[in-house]
Structure formats: C-alpha cells, structure tokens
Design a protein around this ligand. Sequence first.
Ligand code: PMP
Length: 306
Amino acid sequence: MVQHANERVAYHNGEIKPESRVLVSFRDRGFKYGEAVFDTARTVRHKPFKLEEHIDRLFRSMRYLQIDSGLKREEMLSISHEVLERNLHLIAPDEDYWLFQRVSPGVADPFLSDGEARPTVIVECTPLPLRARAPLYRDGVRVQIPATRRTPPDAVSPRAKTQNYINLQIADREVRAQDPQAWAILLDHDGNLAEGLGSNIFFVRDGELHTPRARFVLPGISRETVIDLAGEEGIAVHETDLDLFDAFTSDECFLTSTSLCMVPVASVNGRRIGKGGLPGPVTARLVEAYKRLLDFDFVAQYTDKL
Ligand code: PMP
C-alpha cells in the first residue's frame, strides 16, 4: 500500500508504518473488553515534555491491569522518539503533537484460550487542537458538575490510565447536552470533586492551592508540575477532599492537562469563580512559572490561533 505524502506513520507491533495500515483485530481485548492502557505526552516546540514520566505512568497502568507490552521502558521511550521524529515534518513550526502509547493484551482470550498471546502496542501522534481550544484561554473554562459520579477506586482505580473512558464520556455527554462548550468535572462517590475527561482541577483560596487527593484521580503529570512549581514559588498546596462549597467559595480555579498545561476556569455550574478578570493573580503567577519551566509561551501558542 502506498503512503500518502501527508500521511503520518505510527508504530504497530514492531513496525513503523503509515497510519492507514495500523489495523487492530476486532477480537482484540482492548476492543472487546476495553482492556487496554494508554498514555499521552505532548511536544513543546517539537520536543517531548516529561516523556519519561508519561512512560513510567504507562508502565504503572500496565502493571495494574497485568498487561505486558513485551517492551522495556527504554524501548518504549526510543520508539516514541522515533515515531515523533518521523512525523515532525508534517506540522508547522508553531504547532505541536500529542504523542500516545497504547497497549492491550491483544487477541488472546483466557475464556477461549485459542488466541495468539501477543500484545497490541501502538505508538502514534496527532496535532494538538490549538485552534479549537484557544478560546478557553480568553474566556476561561465553563465547568459543569454532572450527576454521573467518577468510578470509585474500589471498583477501578482512576490512578491507572486505562483505555476505558466510558464513565468520563457519559459525564461529558451529560454536561455537553446542556452546554456544548462546558467541561465536566465529576464528583467522586462521596460528593467530593474528582476530575474531568482529561484534566485535573485546582482551586485557590487565601493564596493557597487546593486539589483533590490522588486516590480519586489520575495523578496528572501537569498536576504534579503545578504542585512542584507552587513549591518553588512558596505557594502552599493542599491535596484534600474538596466539595462544591470549596468550589463556590474559591478565589480562583484552573484545570491542568498535558495539552493545556494550565487553563483558567471562569465558572462552576454557572457560578462565576473569583471577582476580577482571568486568570486570577495566583493562577497567573503559576502560568508564568510554567512558561519559564517550558521556556515556551504555551498560552500564546493557543491564543495566536484566535
Ligand atoms: N485525568 C484524566 C482522567 C486524564 O485522562 C488526564 C489526561 N491524561 C488527566 C487527568 C490529566 O493528566 P495529565 O496532566 O498527565 O495530562
């Protein structure tokens, strides 16, 4: 099969090939049972940011699901670098990529015992949706809290990044049915704030940061980055139970995610957060620290596309 000049390539079970040739069996357990893990790093000026941390989290997710990719950490790293290198010519200098690793146990099924015991491993990249998300930095995110609760950690731990996003998708659809631009942040089964489809949440009150405990959420790499930066800035951070009272009485609120780094929240369930413009002073200070860490203005990368 011919590769189109503008077609990206991806790694699939030992081979780097055009994306259109990456085909997964309908009997793959990732498809049949949602039994798979993934992780997502981003590039900053075409270089991966904290890729090792993302790969470490991928390996923890694999251990939780007892999936063996058959690859060592260093191999997964070098494959990720290679896939990225081979696709960089397809994006503009002011764009960046999401870089994904996806692993399932493959088609072998313990109930049927006739499959081939070979995991499915895919490493792929796709451009960040810069233009679509640019308005979030100008207007702030409208957060809505759905009635759907986050999967409790005693059922499936949210600390693993599994390929099964049904809980988060249902919550997101519930919210978007009411406000197509809103982002869902789910409550956990105790009524405390947890996380969204692809983001962690922080609140600022009296100059200090508050974020849900890692037991109930994916420990985001950007969440960790903000916690580290706050430490360097002398801003206290509390990882604690937070409910709607905390949300409504906060001075500032922001989300963190790999693609967005940090983005201010304008409102929670329609209630405006804070008094002044966006971002608030503590959020702005951390955004500046994040930019210094990256040596890159990630906000301008988005807002230049407005
Ligand atoms: N929670 C969930 C459920 C996610 O999928 C993500 C995105 N990976 C996050 C939080 C944010 O994590 P990170 O900062 O590592 O992107």
